[in-house]
Design a protein around this ligand. Structure first.
Ligand SMILES: Nc1nc2c(ncn2[C@@H]2O[C@H](COP(=O)(O)OP(=O)(O)OP(=O)(O)O)[C@@H](O)[C@H]2O)c(=O)[nH]1
Ligand SMILES: [Mg+2]
Length: 453
């Protein structure tokens, strides 16, 4: 429980000009402070809880600071489970700032980052993974990321952790029975059962740790266009973005630097980068560009290798195709021109996915977009999929402990030695939901929040 007399206040809305700005208060003195600073248009003996009222916020002399809508929400049906008051002021920095100052003057304390949500956690309304989901939802930069956060906010992660923990507790019970009543439990059968259960829980946990999806949701995908000069990389960039973003000319070596633009593909945010055409060049500026292009391709989730269908395959094309890995999609561009290279010619050189396109006419672009959407798709597995890095690290450490327990049993160590590993796994799991998270862990989680949330 939080200190009931410590009442916090903050501006809960984003900075900058806007229609309204909300000052929020939470804590045992929220009602007293609210009653002191808010004067409803219709005089009332007693504020009804959860009722929005029109009125004014006044200063110590009774002068109006702002015209507001005010609401008092008494515990426990509130965000923090404490008494909460909100003052919906006019937007912009000034009004809300004055209203906040008034609340501080009356004894509220400026809230720390994430402190409202931290109180919701400390008061048991949400667990740690749900608190983190709130922050992820605010920071979501794509629909897929927002959906994943909502699943987590609705207890997807907590449910999975509870399930895995329950199964481990059952294994612990079996272990204890076999050590406490060795004459009643057949040791070998028990060991086999324990190993099978632990293996299954560990496999379940690993299946939920989709690090790739987590990263795509957090950071988005990187898609890089690569290819020799003049094959139409910049034209393809513009066609995918549906805007004239990159400079296109018939002069090889037009693009010098890496040019990056955001694009949403299949609900995921992706950074699409156009790069300098790859060739050996004496021009020092172009050489830097070529280097940057190589590095961009190294870190990419998808590399679009662009070929010019109207030109025979050159040695540098062939080299790029040879270096193609599972991230590559080959784009045979300039489909509208008379072909010097066919799809079959390319397939003879590489097993990579091939898209035939024309940046000039737009032919094949929708199919290329579909292929990209497939490449950056994240696992939609509904409940319990872990997408936060902190959760994945803890879950993987739990899985490792369980695998260590299995190895120990198989190496012939006594069964109760496995209990130590299982306990470690249980601890790691409960740190995900914050059940036994240390203050340091909790502080670290909430310090990434914004003020007012
Ligand atoms: N007919 C036709 N011409 C194209 C197509 N795509 C690109 N071009 C032309 O090919 C030339 C080179 O296009 P860019 O997009 O600048 O090629 P790039 O790969 O970015 O070239 P660098 O920046 O020099 O590496 C331009 O004259 C484009 O108009 C296409 O699909 N069909
Ligand atoms: Mg270019």
């Amino acid at each position: 429980m939080t200190n009931p007399n410590d009442t916090i206040a903050a501006i809960a809305t984003a900075r900058g000009a806007g229609g309204i700005a909300i000052v929020r208060l939470s804590g045992g003195r929220a009602e007293a402070i609210f009653s002191e600073m808010f004067v409803p248009a219709t005089r009332r003996e007693h504020f009804e809880s959860h009722r929005l009222m029109y009125g004014h916020v006044t200063d110590a002399e009774g002068r109006a600071l702002d015209e507001v809508m005010g609401v008092l929400m008494r515990a426990p049906s509130t965000y923090t489970r404490e008494d909460v008051a909100e003052l919906h002021c006019h937007g912009g920095a000034v009004s809300a700032g004055e209203v906040l100052d008034r609340a501080l003057e009356l004894g509220a304390r400026m809230a720390q980052p994430g402190e409202f949500t931290k109180r919701a956690f400390l008061n048991g309304r949400i667990d740690l993974s749900e608190a983190e989901a709130v922050m992820q939802l605010i920071g979501a930069n794509s629909q897929a990321a927002a959906r994943a956060s909502m699943r987590q906010l609705e207890g997807g992660v907590s449910g999975f952790v509870r399930q895995a923990s329950d199964r481990l507790m059952a294994v612990m019970a079996l272990l204890e029975a076999s050590t406490d009543f060795p004459e009643e439990v057949e040791e070998e059968a028990a060991a086999e059962q324990v190993c099978a259960d632990l293996r299954s829980v560990a496999a379940d946990i690993r299946a939920r740790c989709d690090g790739r999806s987590a990263r795509l949701l957090r950071e988005g995908a990187a898609i890089v266009l690569a290819g020799r000069p003049n094959v139409g990389k910049s034209s393809l960039m513009n066609a995918l973005l549906n805007q004239e973003r990159a400079i296109v000319t018939d002069i090889p070596g037009t693009t010098r630097d890496v040019l990056t633009e955001r694009i949403t593909i299949g609900g995921i945010v992706a950074e699409l980068s156009d790069t300098a055409g790859q060739r050996n060049t004496e021009d020092p500026i172009e050489r830097i560009g070529v280097d940057r292009a190589r590095r961009a391709a190294e870190g990419a989730d998808v590399v679009l290798i662009v070929l010019d269908a109207a030109q025979p395959i050159s040695e540098s094309d062939a080299e790029l195709l040879r270096s193609a890995d599972e991230r590559a999609v080959v784009c045979l561009n300039k489909l509208d021109l008379e072909a010097a290279v066919t799809a079959d010619d390319v397939r003879a050189l590489t097993g990579a996915t091939l898209c035939e396109v024309s940046a000039a006419t737009g032919a094949g672009i929708p199919e290329l977009m579909e292929e990209l959407a497939r490449r950056v798709a994240v696992s939609e597995e509904a409940d319990g999929q872990l997408t936060a890095q902190r959760h994945i690290e803890l879950a993987l450490s739990a899985a490792e402990s369980l695998e260590a327990a299995v190895q120990g049993i198989e190496a012939g160590y006594p069964l109760d030695a496995a209990a130590v590993d299982i306990r470690q796994a249980l601890e790691a799991l409960s740190e995900i939901t914050g059940e036994n998270a240390t203050e340091a862990v909790i502080d670290r989680v909430f310090s990434t929040f914004c003020v007012g949330k």
